[in-house]
Design a protein around this ligand. Structure first.
Ligand code: FAD
Length: 405
């Protein structure tokens, strides 16, 4: 496996974090050699449209590229697409790409995660889909014309966005969620009930508190979802959106510390020398999560952590301390969230959910920790300052939409 190919910085994973890290290095004047390695064949692209307007057929793939093709060449960033890093040798500082070896000065691990699969029988039948990559979604889109009934497993953002798109396309959609409410992992009950009502009003059937027993087969393909209570949800297509498993095996095998992903410090350094990790796969202590060690799965987190690493590598270190934010589009409902609702003990509803325009303000021990804003962009913008300050504004003021936040 002898090879002299080596780069000052190698970035593994050409998604949001990897692309942002390469761009940020050059923007900050980094003059060394940079390689960006990704196992998908496409130029780095935005993932959020995959469950939104790309799935709906309203956005061309070219309009999802993070940067145009020429950007990378102009900045002397070597793209190695369609190649997968299988092993990391952190002592020799070399990567094994399935027989080819590449050396690195510093390594940035930005591999995101693989969609979590159901473990029951039938999980791998034809007609069972995930929504993580362009290839996943192209496969799904290819089958859609032959499909009338769809079952979606998972009532998180990706499942709900897919439900909204497919309902908009006129499909019969049933969504199965194990918890007794939607978005249980990330939001409070007001938002969960609002989205349940919104989806039901548009014709989606929700099965909450329901466990999947298996995917039933007919003629080698999925025939629908069998629930643990025996009910059968007939569906020609099944979409599974139950989270991701961080793609960190090569790095963990090389000795990087971590349990849920790879653990990083405030500069995104792993426990291995000269190795950083960013984005969905990087577990970090986050003060907006009350100091818990968490992974964030958002574009904001991936791009902000990319900047932190670029700063560190260009001699201007700054610890990661960004306010988390996120968005989700379902039907005509634009949700923007800021902060993390983890551990909240109070929900203050600002505006009337029945109007389709309102915010939920989350507090913990009297301090504002997060906002979910539905069609309320101004609250989102102002709310950021409240979260940053841990504001203790009284509840009546927060609740009153006639008083600016
Ligand atoms: C359908 C969908 C909708 C989303 N919507 C939103 C949204 O509305 N708002 C929001 O903030 N976030 C959204 N997200 C989340 C957001 O896209 C992720 O948080 C973000 O992409 C994380 O960036 P990343 O660089 O960590 O990983 P990714 O962007 O996933 O990039 C990782 C890349 O590394 C590659 N890779 C993995 N292992 C290897 C290896 N060993 N060798 C080479 N390459 C490898 C992967 O194939 C992938 O291309 C959405 C995600 C999905 C899937």
């Amino acid at each position: 496996m002898a090879s002299s190919e080596a780069y000052d910085v190698v970035i593994v994973g050409a998604g949001h974090g990897g692309a942002a890290a390469a761009a940020a290095l050059r923007q900050r004047g980094f003059a060394g050699s940079v390689a960006l390695i990704g196992d998908e064949p496409d130029l780095p692209y935005e993932r959020p449209p995959l469950s939104k307007d790309y799935l709906l057929g309203e956005r061309a793939f070219e309009r999802m590229l993070i940067r145009p093709a020429a950007f990378w060449a102009e900045r002397a960033i070597t793209l190695r697409l369609g190649e997968r890093v299988e092993r990391v040798d952190a002592v020799a500082r070399r990567l094994d790409l399935g027989g080819r070896s590449i050396g690195y000065g510093s390594l940035i691990w930005a591999t995101g995660g693989a969609p979590r699969r159901l473990s029951c029988s039938g999980h791998d039948l034809a007609g069972v889909h995930m929504v993580r990559t362009r290839a996943d979604v192209d496969r799904l889109i290819g089958e859609l014309p032959r499909v009338d009934t769809v079952a979606i497993v998972g009532g998180g953002y990706i499942g709900l966005e897919a439900a909204a798109v497919l309902r908009t396309c006129g499909k019969q959609v049933t969504l199965v969620e194990q918890q007794d409410r939607l978005l249980a992992r990330v939001a409070g009950t007001t938002l969960s009930h609002f989205y349940a009502k919104a989806h039901r009003a548009r014709g989606v059937t929700l099965r909450l508190g329901a466990e999947v027993a298996c995917i039933e087969e007919r003629d080698g393909a999925s025939a629908g979802v069998r629930l643990a209570d025996g009910a059968m949800l007939t569906a020609q297509m099944v979409i599974v959106g139950i989270g991701i498993v961080p793609a960190v095996a090569p790095l963990r095998d090389a000795g990087a510390a971590g349990d849920n992903g790879v653990t990083v410090d405030a500069y995104c350094r792993t426990s291995l020398p000269h190795v950083y990790a960013i984005g969905d796969c990087a577990a970090h202590i986050n003060r907006f999560a009350d100091g818990a060690l968490i992974r964030l799965e958002s574009v904001q987190n991936a791009t902000d952590q990319a900047t932190i690493v670029a700063r560190h590598l260009t001699g201007a270190p700054e610890p990661y301390d960004a306010v988390p934010w996120f968005w989700s589009h379902q039907y005509d409902l634009k949700l923007q969230t800021v902060g993390l609702a983890i551990g909240h003990d109070e929900e203050i509803v600002r505006g009337d959910p029945a109007t389709g325009r309102f915010s939920v303000i989350y507090r913990r021990t009297g301090r504002v920790i997060a906002l979910d804003c539905v069609n309320a962009a101004r609250d989102f913008v102002k709310g950021r300052a409240l979260v940053l300050a841990g504001a203790t504004t009284d509840a009546d003021t927060l609740r009153d939409p006639s008083v600016a936040l």
